[in-house]
Write a protein that binds this ligand. Sequence first.
Ligand code: PNS
Length: 161
Amino acid sequence: MRKAIYPGSFDPITFGHQDIIARSSSIFDELIVGVLNNSAKNSLFSVDERVSMLRELTKDIPNVTVDSFDGLLVDYMKESGATIIVRGLRAVTDFEYELQIAQTNHVENPAVETVFLTTNLKYSYLSSSVVREFAAYGGDISKFVPAPFVDRIYQKYNINR
Ligand code: PNS
């Protein structure tokens, strides 16, 4: 039984995240989408809102569950029984940071492996921060995030489109 976790901030969810979830859920037996509950970070959506949006997005994928965690990822993995971390790599600029985290997590717990999926070319430019920036200025974010969440993001910025 291969249980993986796709951890992240998901603030907000993008098509890039959706793509990684769909592809990794077909590789592993079970996939947990783990939303980091980082109180120090000024987030657009609360953790509960993000968990609920991710549940809505993944409701038809039977081997995907959504949860939040705080503290160290390796500790949450022990609790949840996941041994594989999934991360998306968009460009070489992601690599240094991702390599360091993957190696640190592996040193902390040698049973933990990180698997990288290369992001779909269609979404290689995309990030949650780009979505937030566009939304804040009333730009069109419909190409960046799944349709059910577009208006919810604008609402956070009091934008009517
Ligand atoms: O979507 P993000 O913000 O790039 O995701 C980063 C995340 C959540 C994967 C990373 O910050 C994380 O795992 N945080 C939990 C705390 C932890 O375990 N830190 C150790 C990394 S060296």
